[in-house]
Design a binder for this molecule. Structure first.
Ligand code: ADP
Ligand code: TRP
Length: 328
């Protein structure tokens, strides 16, 4: 890692096999950041535990997600890739942070608040989630955290905890992180709603070509006849096409649809081909990576060793600052 560059840190929750919404909305934009930052990418397995109850499914998801990111181009040599759970120092820092954050702030956390509003009885992990997330970030002195809109509030809480810690125990105890709100598209699923695992309206990133094509054919479209002119804007198929095709291809498809004589079925075939062009080459790499769990463990373990070296320094500084250890 180039120590003059800022550290950008990303946490990925292993809850399911990534779908193409995750790819265009999170994976591709996050990988582009490695051009400008020193990247730390971790699999947030302890965060997943707030919802995943099946131990085997959790294990599988860790490997699925790791192999997906590596296949899409995450380089474990130039970035640090690790399991959150391999660096237990995170819990030590999380405890210290929980002693500076007010319960009222956590009660206003949107995941917790939404669960309560729905009449659920969330587990305490859901309540504590933002504290563990803040520890994930502060432990490594990350200056930049790329996140989507949905994580903005969590990052504000992390900044607040960092500022409180520095206020009580001295500036420089921890680094106050900045959010980097990534310009990520919202990817629609078959039914036109946001693609998501829970709606079952998506296609996994590495679906075999046949399955990918079958998935693309399921997208809802207008019911115009083949001859009728069609409005590309607002059509889910066209929205997706814009994410993978070149400007020239996008223009061509738009004018064919507007002219009439070009069916939605044709547009879907174009979309399938463009998706296959982008994802096809990654698929083989994914299959090879996913087939060797021991190698994935080694990659994650190597990353964890590098991460732990940074984490130990932070925790030593914090322990001395708060009075657990004698000052150095
Ligand atoms: P899901 O909603 O399917 O459970 P996750 O919550 O695991 O997906 O999302 C992981 C990342 O992928 C987040 O950064 C989220 O913003 C992004 N993401 C998920 N679904 C989409 C989508 N349909 N379009 C764009 N980004 C998405
Ligand atoms: N909360 C994030 C999500 O649900 C995952 C996450 C955990 C994370 N720790 C993090 C993201 C630290 C960024 C930084 O997607």
């Amino acid at each position: 890692m180039d120590s003059k560059r800022k550290i950008s840190l990303t946490g990925i929750k292993p809850t399911h096999v990534p779908h193409i919404g995750n790819y265009f909305g999170a994976i591709r934009p996050a990988l582009r950041l490695t051009e400008s930052y020193d990247g730390m990418y971790f699999i947030a397995d302890y965060h997943a535990l707030t919802t995943v109850r099946d131990p085997k499914a959790l294990q599988q998801a860790v490997y699925d997600v790791t192999a997906t990111w590596l296949a899409c181009g995450l380089d474990p040599k130039s970035t640090i890739v690790y399991r959150q759970s391999s660096v237990p120092e995170v819990f030590e820092l999380a405890w210290v942070l929980s002693c500076v954050v007010a319960t009222g702030q956590l009660e206003r956390g949107h995941a917790y608040k939404d669960a309560v509003a729905k009449g659920d009885v969330p587990n305490a992990g859901v309540f504590y989630y933002p504290v563990l997330m803040a520890a994930d970030i502060l432990l490594y002195g990350a200056q930049v955290v790329p996140i989507g809109q949905d994580q903005k509030q969590h990052l504000e809480l992390a900044r607040d905890m960092a500022q409180r810690l520095n206020h009580h125990y001295g500036e420089g105890t921890v680094v106050v992180p900045e959010a980097l709100i990534t310009e990520a598209p919202l990817v629609p699923g078959f039914d036109g709603h946001k693609m998501s695992k829970s709606r079952g309206n998506g296609i996994t990133v590495f679906a075999p070509a046949k399955e990918l094509r079958k998935g693309v054919m399921k997208f809802v479209t207008g019911s115009e006849s083949l001859e009728e002119p069609k409005d590309p804007e607002g059509a889910t198929v066209f929205q997706l096409y814009k994410l993978v095709a070149t400007n020239e291809e996008i223009e061509t498809l738009a004018s064919k649809l507007r002219a009439g004589g070009y069916g939605w079925g044709h547009a879907k075939q174009d979309l399938y081909e463009a998706l296959e062009r982008e994802l096809g080459p990654f698929r083989e790499r994914f299959d090879a990576l996913r087939a060797d769990e021991a190698a994935l463990d080694r990659t994650l373990e190597e990353g964890a060793e590098r991460a732990r070296a940074i984490a130990r320094r932070t925790v030593a500084r914090v322990r001395a600052a708060v009075g657990i250890d004698r000052p150095a």
